[in-house]
Design a protein around this ligand. Structure first.
Ligand code: AMP
Length: 455
C-alpha cells in the first residue's frame, strides 16, 4: 500500500515553551566524539562496548554540564539517547572516586520496563568498571533486591513505590545520594507518582545534583523543576513533536471496522515489528487473541499480566518471535525496542502528550518508522487538542474500502492515494470481508521475508 504523506510544518516545541528558558544557560555545541568529554578510560571502553561511535545531540549537550556538577533539565523523549546522557557523568565520577559507600545515585523511572532498560544500559556502559547498579521495582519478590542492595551498589534504578518500600524496610539508604535522576517525569506525574516522589525527595540529602528528564512539560512538572533544580542547564531535544524519522498519519475509520483495517495494514505495510495501542487492558488482551487467531504472531502487554508474563511478552517481541505487540499505555511507557517499524494507535490516546510518547516507540535511534492513528467520529476533540499541541495537522490517509468515516475536525487535508496498490495488495478485499481464510503466518514465506528485512 502506498503511503500518502502530506508535508507537515516543523513541530513546535510548545509543550516546553512555558518554561522560562531565557533565565537559563543555553546548551553549547557539544563535542564530535566521546573522547572529547574526557571520560575515565574504563567508561570510554564501555561506550565502545555499547557500540556508540559518536555522541547523540542530547549527550553532547548534557554530558559536559552534568560532569561539571550542574543540574540539568532535559526536554527529551526516550529514544534520543538520554540514558547515556545522564549515565556517563555518573559513571565517570564513580570510576574516579571509588572510596565512598553506595548508593550514590538514585535514578527514578515510572515503569519497571523503563527501569530494567536503564539498568541494562548502565550495565553495558559500566562493563569495564567495578561500578554496580541494582534495579528495584514492584511486582517481583523483594528479597533478591534487598540482598543486592546489601552490596552497596553505586547506582539504584527504581520505580518510586518499591524505592519507598525498601527505604521503609531500611534496606535502601538514601543519605549518601549525590545525584538524583528523574526520568520521564511527565509520566511519573500521569501515573500518580508525585506524592511518592515527594516522600523520596524528603529523604534525600538536600545538597545534591538533580537531573530531570521529561518529554513534555505540563504545569506540574514545571513546578517540580522550579522547585528541584538550581539554575539548570536546559537541553531541549524533540520536546514536543514527533521525531523527524517518524511519518505519522491519521486514518478515519468506524469503530467496528478497526480490526479489519488493522489486519489489512499489518499485511500490506510489511510490518516487521508493530506496537498496537489500545485504550484498555481488556481490549489489548482481546485484540491480541483475535490477531493470533487471524494468523498474526501477536502478544499482549497490559497491566493485568503478571511481571513474568510481561517479561515474556517483551522478550518475545524483542527477539522477534512476535511481530505485533498489543499494549496499553501503562505497560508500554518507556519501551525501547530496536527496529519497531510501526506504531498503530488502535484507540487514540487520552492526551496529546501521550500521542507523542506512543508514536515515539518507532522512528527511534534515527531509524525510520510509521505511526498510524485510527480515529473515529468520536475523536474530534482529541484530534483538535493534539494538532493544536503539535502545531501542525496530522497528515490524513485514506485506505480503500474504509472510507466514509468523518471526524468532526474540518475537512480532510489529503486526497486518496490508496488506489491501485492498496487494491492489488489484498486482492481488493471488500469492506467486512472475512480474513480468516488467510494461511497462518509464522511458517510461510511472508514471515521469512519479513525477518530478512529486519535489521
Ligand atoms: P534512550 O533514549 O536512552 O532510551 O536511547 C535510545 C537508544 O539509543 C538506546 O538503544 C541506546 O542504546 C541508543 N544510543 C544511545 N546513545 C547512542 C549513541 N551515541 N550512538 C548510538 N546509539 C546510541
Amino acid at each position: 500500500m502506498e503511503t500518502q504523506l502530506i508535508s507537515m510544518a516543523a513541530p513546535s516545541n510548545d509543550t516546553s515553551s512555558n518554561y522560562d528558558h531565557s533565565k537559563l544557560e543555553r546548551p553549547d555545541r557539544g563535542p564530535e566524539s566521546f573522547e572529547h568529554f574526557g571520560l575515565h578510560a574504563t567508561v570510554l571502553r564501555g561506550v565502545g562496548a555499547a557500540g556508540f561511535e559518536s555522541p547523540r545531540p542530547i549527550q553532547a549537550d548534557t554530558v559536559p554540564a552534568a560532569m561539571r556538577g550542574r543540574d540539568v533539565l532535559g526536554l527529551a523523549q526516550t529514544g534520543t539517547g538520554k540514558t547515556a546522557a545522564f549515565a556517563l557523568p555518573l559513571l565517570d565520577r564513580f570510576a574516579r572516586e571509588r572510596s565512598r559507600k553506595g548508593p550514590r545515585a538514585l535514578v527514578l523511572a515510572p515503569t519497571r520496563e523503563l527501569a530494567t532498560q536503564i539498568d541494562a544500559e548502565i550495565r553495558t556502559l559500566s562493563r569495564y568498571t567495578k561500578i554496580r547498579t541494582v534495579p528495584v521495582y514492584g511486582g517481583v519478590p523483594v528479597g533478591r533486591q534487598r540482598q543486592a542492595l546489601r552490596r552497596d551498589p553505586e547506582i539504584v534504578v527504581g520505580c518510586p513505590g518499591r524505592v519507598l518500600d525498601l527505604v521503609g524496610q531500611r534496606a535502601l539508604r538514601l543519605d549518601g545520594i549525590e545525584t538524583l535522576v528523574l526520568d520521564e517525569a511527565d509520566h511519573m506525574f500521569d501515573m500518580g507518582f508525585l506524592p511518592d516522589l515527594r516522600r523520596i525527595l524528603a529523604a534525600l540529602p538536600p545538597r545534591r545534583q538533580n537531573l530531570l528528564f521529561s518529554a513534555t512539560m505540563p504545569r506540574e512538572i514545571r513546578g517540580l523543576a522550579d522547585e528541584l533544580l538550581d539554575r539548570p542547564h536546559v537541553v531541549e531535544r524533540n520536546a514536543a513533536g514527533p521525531a523527524h524519522t517518524i511519518e505519522h498519519l491519521l486514518i478515519a475509520v468506524a469503530e467496528d471496522r478497526k480490526r479489519d483495517l488493522l489486519e489489512q495494514l499489518l499485511e500490506e505495510e510489511n510490518c516487521r515489528s508493530a506496537i498496537v495501542f489500545t485504550r484498555t487492558k481488556h481490549r489489548a488482551r482481546r485484540l491480541a487473541q483475535q490477531l493470533d487467531r487471524s494468523g498474526f504472531r501477536a502478544v499482549a502487554l497490559q497491566g493485568n499480566m503478571s511481571q513474568s508474563q510481561r517479561d515474556r511478552a517483551m522478550k518475545g517481541f524483542r527477539q522477534q518471535r512476535f511481530d505485533v505487540l498489543v499494549a496499553t499505555d501503562i505497560a508500554a511507557r518507556g519501551i525501547d525496542v530496536r527496529g519497531v517499524s510501526h506504531v498503530v494507535n488502535y484507540d487514540v490516546p487520552n492526551t496529546p502528550e501521550a500521542y507523542t510518547h506512543r508514536i515515539g516507540r518507532t522512528g527511534r535511534s534515527e531509524r525510520e518508522g510509521t505511526a498510524l492513528t485510527f480515529a473515529t467520529r468520536a475523536d474530534g476533540a482529541w484530534l483538535r487538542a493534539t494538532e493544536r499541541k503539535l502545531g501542525a495537522p496530522i497528515p490524513r490517509r485514506r485506505v480503500d474500502g474504509f472510507e466514509g468515516e468523518k471526524i468532526e475536525n474540518g475537512p480532510s487535508r489529503g486526497g486518496s492515494r490508496s488506489g491501485s496498490k492498496a487494491r492489488s495488495g489484498r486482492g481488493g478485499a471488500a469492506p467486512g470481508e472475512s480474513r480468516k481464510r488467510r494461511p497462518r503466518r509464522g511458517t510461510g514465506r511472508s514471515r521469512g521475508a519479513s525477518r530478512g528485512q529486519r535489521s
